[in-house]
Design a protein around this ligand. Structure first.
Ligand SMILES: [Zn+2]
Length: 115
C-alpha cells in the first residue's frame, strides 16, 4: 500500500480556562496537539471519570477538554486512544510525560494503578 497523502495532524485551539481544575486559567489561547493532551482519571465516590486534559505552558494550570472517551468534532476517538497517561509534575498536578522527558518507553510514574 502506498500513502498518497497523509491525514492531517490533529490540533485544537484551546483557551486556558482551568475548566475542571479550579477555573483559574490565564486565558491564553493555546494550539495543542497529541503531544500536549493527556488522560487524567478522577475517582469521586463510586464513579470514575477520565478527562482529556492539558497543562498550560504559560501558567501551568490544567484545563479539561473532554470526558470519558466521548468523541466530538474537535476531538476524534483516535486522540483519546493515543493520548498519553498524565504523570505527576514536580510542581503539582499532572502533565504530559513529554514535559518530564519520559518519552522513552511507558510512563515511569503512572498516576494510577488498575486493581
Ligand atoms: Zn494558562
Amino acid at each position: 500500500m502506498e500513502v498518497i497523502k497523509k491525514g492531517p495532524e490533529w490540533s485544537m485551539d484551546v483557551e486556558c480556562t482551568g475548566y475542571g481544575n479550579g477555573n483559574d486559567g490565564c486565558g491564553a489561547l493555546l494550539r495543542v496537539t497529541l503531544d500536549d493532551v493527556f488522560k487524567n482519571q478522577v475517582h469521586a465516590g463510586n464513579e470514575t471519570n477520565t478527562y482529556l486534559t492539558i497543562r498550560c505552558c504559560e501558567c501551568s494550570v490544567m484545563t479539561d477538554l473532554a470526558r470519558n472517551h466521548i468523541p466530538s468534532d474537535d476531538i476524534p476517538i483516535r486522540i483519546w486512544n493515543n493520548a498519553a497517561t498524565g504523570v505527576r509534575h514536580k510542581d503539582g498536578g499532572l502533565c504530559h510525560p513529554n514535559e518530564l522527558n519520559l518519552t522513552s518507553g511507558p510512563p515511569k510514574s503512572p498516576m494510577w494503578e488498575t486493581s
